[in-house]
Write a new protein. Sequence first.
Length: 114
Amino acid sequence: QVQFVESGGGLVQPGGSLRLSCAASGFTFSKYAMRWYRQGPGKERELVATIAVAGGFTNYADSEKGRFTFSRDNAKTTVYLQMNSLTPEDTAVYYCKAMTLTYWGQGTQVPVSS
């Protein structure tokens, strides 16, 4: 069964940093590009970043460029999202997903507030 377990969220002050993790299982992880999404309060779910199967290519939404870094460890079937210079606009539940699979995890909450 395909599963994603996101972790690493928590309350952070504006300007702070967090590193999210997502442990994946139930599919051949190394064959799938991966994505992080987020859904803020009262907002639609939006794409944050994409990483290719070998991790050599990443793509970010404009508002995340230069602040977020997406990486993956295929041996651990885990992806990571390093988030720096966080602002209240980054407040959301963050989810990871394999690019062409329809399964979602429970997400991890990231409130950014002073």
